[in-house]
Write a protein that binds this ligand. Structure first.
Ligand code: PEP
Ligand code: MN
Length: 341
């Protein structure tokens, strides 16, 4: 970590920083220039003490050399992580779809979903049972009954269940019925929830908060690792910008960026990223070409009648077209592009 002192800092100021560093057991390296004094602070976990240096009046700026996250970083763990759920894998070079309705609405709906999606080859069935709705008057999800429906239809079609958990109090329930626990965009920085999920043996699908930087997102993943869970899949789901034609703006740059910073697999939620079903197919091509490990799509037997997010859900024919294009493009990218790079 490098501490830059303010232009007119005195020798006393330099000593203040040096003494603080020594108090924490760090080594220092002082470089006095004509204009400014720069002090290198060297030691394990210096980042954790950053705030103590920031608080000093004589400090102008602090530059961190190492990343603030460690366990999820590529530097710490160069080999890419593969998440395996009973034989189904994410991060092994394939492109996997996590598909299903925004909300579980009924047994009948989920039976036709699972039948159709598993027939195509989709292994991961999504569906919200506890829904994070902006308005308290909107459909809130079927709760436990929704989880039971998901488990039943997934088992009948050899699929894995992905569903969002909003409260740490529900962990036992999710351990029983769900294969991958989703942390929603609104919960990405619910640190008590992350700590609780650190205790779980289930993989976590960690969505990016719509107001979160990539660094904050990776630090949320670091929470899960730090508290004991190293099975994390990241999910880019669009961020809030000034653009109004879309619900969110898909930050496609997050995919190669995260791949360069972290060993964790990353998928992209094509529904929430723009909130528009007409953009899912075109953007799925960008997502495949970006090198993502998969995509999430909201699929509904009749999107016009969906109880939530119908406007960004595909019907079965539309999803089949997107699925086939994505798989073909992935094969082409492997054969003609990635193998030659
Ligand atoms: C969802 O996947 O249904 C959902 C609510 O997503 P997000 O947390 O990304 O808004
Ligand atoms: Mn949704």
């Amino acid at each position: 970590m490098i501490v830059v002192l303010k232009p007119r800092a005195t020798n006393e100021d330099t000593s203040k920083v040096v003494n603080l560093a020594r108090k924490f057991g760090f080594d220092v390296n002082i470089s006095k220039g004509a204009e400014k004094t720069i002090i290198g602070i060297i030691g394990d976990n210096v980042y954790e003490r950053r705030e103590a240096f920031e608080a000093l009046n004589c400090v102008e700026e602090i530059v961190t050399v190492l990343k603030p996250f460690k366990l999820v970083s590529k530097e710490f763990h160069p080999k890419d992580t593969i998440i395996s759920v009973g034989g189904a894998k994410i991060g092994n070079g394939n492109f996997e779809f996590v598909a299903g309705p925004c909300s579980v609405e009924s047994m009948k709906q989920m039976e036709v979903e699972a039948e159709f999606l598993s027939g195509l080859g989709v292994k991961f069935l999504r569906g919200g049972a506890f829904k994070p709705r902006t308005s308290p008057y909107s459909f809130q999800g079927l709760g436990v009954r929704g989880l039971k429906i998901l488990r039943k239809v997934a088992d009948e079609h050899n699929m894995k269940v992905v569903s969002e958990m909003m409260s740490g109090q529900d962990l036992e329930l999710f351990e029983e019925y769900v294969d991958i626990i989703q942390v929603g965009a609104r919960s990405m920085q619910n640190f008590r929830l992350l700590k609780k999920l650190g205790e779980s043996t289930k993989p976590i699908l960690l969505k990016r908060g719509f107001m979160s930087t990539i660094e904050e997102w990776l630090l949320a993943a670091e929470y899960l690792f730090h508290h004991g869970n190293d099975k994390v899949i990241l999910c880019e789901r669009g961020i809030r910008t000034f653009e109004k034609y879309t619900r969110n703006t898909l930050d496609i740059s997050a995919v190669p960026l995260v791949k360069s910073l972290s060993h964790l697999p990353i998928i992209v939620d094509l529904s929430h990223s723009t909130g528009r079903r007409d953009l899912i197919n075109p953007l799925s091509k960008a997502v495949v070409a970006s090198g993502a490990d998969g995509a999430m799509v909201e699929v509904h037997p009749d999107p016009e009648k969906a109880l939530s997010d119908g406007q960004q859900s595909l019907n079965f024919d539309e999803f089949e077209a997107t699925y086939r294009t994505s798989m073909n493009l992935h094969r082409m990218m492997e054969e003609f592009i990635w193998n030659q790079e």
